[in-house]
Design a protein around this ligand. Sequence first.
Ligand code: SF4
Length: 501
Amino acid sequence: MDELIFENENILPESSADNNFQLEINFSENSELNRFQNTLDNGDFVMLIEHNSVELDNDFEIAKERLAQLEEVVLNIKSVNAALAITDSYASANCYKSIDYAMGLSPDNRDRHVIYLSGRNSSLDDMKSNLSLAQSGKFKNIVAVTGDSVFGEGVRATQKRTFLESVHTLQLIRRNYANLFFDGCVMNPFQYTPYTLFPQYSKLVKKLNAGAKFIVTQAGYDMLKLQALRWYLGERGLFFPTIARLIFLSPEIVEAILDKRIPGIKISNDFKKILDKELQFSRNQFESAQWRRLELQAAGCRLLGYSGVQIMGIDTPTKIKSAADRIAGALREFSNFEQWLEEYNAYLAKVDMAPISGSFYMYDRVLRRSYPETPPRISEFKVATLTNKEKILYNLRKFMFHAANKQNSQNRRFWKILLANCRTCRNCRLPHTFYVCPEHCPKKSANGPCGGVKANGDCELGNFECIHSYMTRLAMWKKEVNTLEDDYLPIEGIDIQGDEK
Ligand code: SF4
């Protein structure tokens, strides 16, 4: 059962932070329209507290009452623009849907919070009903995610689940719920090879083209990667509000990350050594080290151009209040990039946050200056190698695909099974995917990789290459990496309006 840790704590009074602080607080009761969106539009910094929906064995009404208590704490914070980000539980598939759980939030304040809608176990129709529920519940801010695999489940069990890609949810919102939602997407900048990083960026562009209006990053610690994302968005003229997801680490969360119970989050060996050292003396010392880390990261994010932070691992009213006070304090403490960089370097510079050696960063000289050269200098990288067998197979598939299409259906099927292990989809997407069948992804993600892909490019669910790493290696070989962001691929057998093909 999910432990609701704040149960016995008093609901705290208003934050005691310095009320003379100059931060613009936009979450006032009088604001109209969408207060979360207004705050981002005004360029004011936001602190989202991430809170998971509860597991099914909880009494739902009691859980929602506790959520309302937590909300009251958040709404009483005056030092920073604070709100909740309600997500599905990453730890379990047996939890209440985030949108049902979010109904515990006060109707008058739902425009302040952000609700994540996960595509895990969700068909297009399920997502339509989630969105209709969000609309009738007067929720305005949605983040579309494809959803995590379930810890402990392998490829087969994952394949049995339905995953609606976030790109499709965004398309659905644009088509059926235009102007009703301020919808965002998630992006994982914490990849360290060209063939794992480029597809994450390509997928981001697809999501923005599909209608996403703001971006939340995957959780991570590498500020170089966070700056590279901001530079990339600037270089492409993609001026979307971006929120960095940070983690307030506890020994339990570190253990869960190292056990791979939290998908897509990596801790490098160097960073692990630092964390071990911090834990060596006492839990209190560990906690104060994490507060300082959070302060530095949040202040750094603002100076890098992020519109806010979303913090995971803050689960009690006391911690929420501390996080607000500390972040507000850090924003006051660091008013310029150079001053912040000096402190950050003194605190963490020697730590290599990359989980693999020889890691790739999109740009040269990240985190040495606040603005890139114009245009930013893309780091040199080696085109990922393809074996002769892979090249021959690609050419064979390409040639035979077109030849097979001229055959009768039985022969066509035979050739496609032989060459691409065809699953006989009703709308074949092979010509758009470098002849790699998206049905071989355990989540059947056709439009780009999920956030869980491993540092070496393997699938999060096993020791085999993620289909999108493979496709990117092929695209690099063919010098067609740019095409990865172009093709919007529909759900197998269904178009976006939900009509069967
Ligand atoms: S193949 Fe890639 S996109 Fe699919 S589940 Fe594995 S890591 Fe995620």
